[in-house]
Design a protein around this ligand. Structure first.
Ligand SMILES: NC(=O)c1ccc[n+]([C@@H]2O[C@H](COP(=O)([O-])OP(=O)(O)OC[C@H]3O[C@@H](n4cnc5c(N)ncnc54)[C@H](OP(=O)(O)O)[C@@H]3O)[C@@H](O)[C@H]2O)c1
Length: 263
C-alpha cells in the first residue's frame, strides 16, 4: 500500500504562481512523486522558463511554463485556452498565485483592494470554472480530481493593516465547502491549505537577515520555532492530490507550525 499511497504517477497538474516560493515547492513535490506533467504559470516569462528547466531535470516528468497575468479575466481565459490546446484532462489544479497587500483604512486605495481580490479570490474561482471540463474528464469515485486553494493564516487573524489580503483569503476559505459540494457528483475535490510563515519572496523582508532581533523573536514565538519550507507545503499538497488524501473535500488545512496558537 505505502508504495502507491503518496504517488502522483501519471497525473497532469497545473500550479499557478509556480515560478517561485510555495508554487515552485509544490510543483517540485508533484514531479518527485511521479507526476507526468506539471504546468507552472507566472507573469515573468524568463524566470518561469528557468524554473521549468530546473524542475524538469529533477525527475522523469516534464515541467512546462505558461506565462500570463491571472489578475485579469483575459489572462485566466488565455491560460485556460493554452491548457485546453495541450491536454484532454487534468488531475490537479493548485490555485496558488497571490499577492500580499497591506494598508490601514485611511490609506487603503480601491485599486489595491481590487488588485488583491482579482488575483487572490476571483482568479482561483474562475480558473477552476474554466478548467472544469478537464478536471471532470477522467475523475471517478476511485480517482477524483483535486483542486487546491492557497489561503493564509491571515484569514483567521485580525490585522487591521492587511484587510484586503486577509479578506481575500477568508473568501477562499468560505468558497471551499460550497464549491466542494457543488462538484461532489463530478468527483472533483476542493480543499484549501492555509499556510503560516514560509520562506518565499513574499516574506523575504522578514527572513533575509536571519540574525535580526525581529526574526529571532518571531521564531521564538512560533510553536514550531521555524519558518515552513518546501517539504512542509509539498508534503501536504502531495497528500491532498494522491490516494493518501483523497477522502478530504471541502476542508481547510491550517499549515502554520502553530502560528494561530502562538504566545
Ligand atoms: N510565504 C508565506 O509565508 C505565505 C503565507 C501564507 C500564504 N501564502 C500564499 O502563498 C501563495 C504563494 O506565495 P509565495 O509566498 O510563494 O510568494 P512568491 O514567492 O512571491 O510567489 C508568487 C508567485 O505568484 C506569481 N504571481 C504574482 N502575481 C501574479 C499574477 N498577477 N498573475 C500570475 N502569477 C502571479 C509570481 O510570479 P510573477 O511575479 O512573475 O507573476 C510567483 O510565481 C500566495 O497565494 C500567498 O498569499 C504565502
Amino acid at each position: 500500500m505505502i508504495e502507491t499511497l503518496f504517488s502522483m504517477s501519471d497525473k497532469v497538474c497545473v500550479v499557478t504562481g509556480g515560478s517561485s516560493g510555495l508554487g515552485s515547492y509544490m510543483a517540485q513535490g508533484f514531479l518527485e512523486a511521479g507526476a507526468a506533467r506539471v504546468y507552472i504559470t507566472a507573469r515573468s516569462a524568463e524566470k518561469l522558463k528557468e524554473k521549468a528547466i530546473e524542475l524538469s531535470q529533477i525527475a522523469d516528468g516534464e515541467c512546462l511554463p505558461l506565462a500570463g497575468d491571472l489578475a485579469t479575466l483575459e489572462g485566466v481565459e488565455a491560460l485556460s485556452t493554452e491548457i485546453h490546446e495541450r491536454e484532454q484532462h487534468i488531475d490537479v489544479l493548485v490555485n496558488n498565485a497571490g499577492i500580499g497587500t497591506g494598508a490601514y483604512i485611511d490609506d487603503l486605495k480601491a485599486a489595491d483592494w481590487d488588485r488583491t481580490m482579482d488575483l487572490n479570490l476571483r482568479s482561483p474561482l474562475f480558473l477552476t470554472q474554466a478548467l472544469l471540463d478537464l478536471l471532470r474528464h477522467r475523475a471517478s469515485v476511485e480517482m477524483p480530481s483535486s483542486v487546491i486553494f492557497i489561503s493564509s493564516v491571515a484569514a483567521s487573524e485580525v490585522f487591521p493593516h492587511v484587510m484586503a489580503y486577509s479578506t481575500s483569503k477568508k473568501g477562499l476559505e468560505h468558497l471551499t465547502p460550497q464549491l466542494a459540494l457543488a462538484l461532489a457528483d463530478d468527483h472533483v475535490r476542493i480543499n484549501t491549505i492555509a499556510p503560516g510563515r514560509f520562506y518565499s519572496e513574499m516574506t523575504r523582508g522578514a527572513w533575509e537577515n536571519p540574525d535580526s532581533e525581529s526574526f529571532k523573536a518571531e521564531l521564538e514565538r512560533l510553536p514550531a520555532h521555524r519558518y515552513g519550507g518546501a517539504e512542509d507545503i509539498a508534503g501536504v499538497a502531495i497528500m491532498l492530490c494522491s490516494r493518501a488524501g483523497s477522502y478530504f473535500t471541502g476542508e481547510v488545512l491550517n499549515l502554520d507550525g502553530g502560528h494561530r496558537i502562538r504566545r
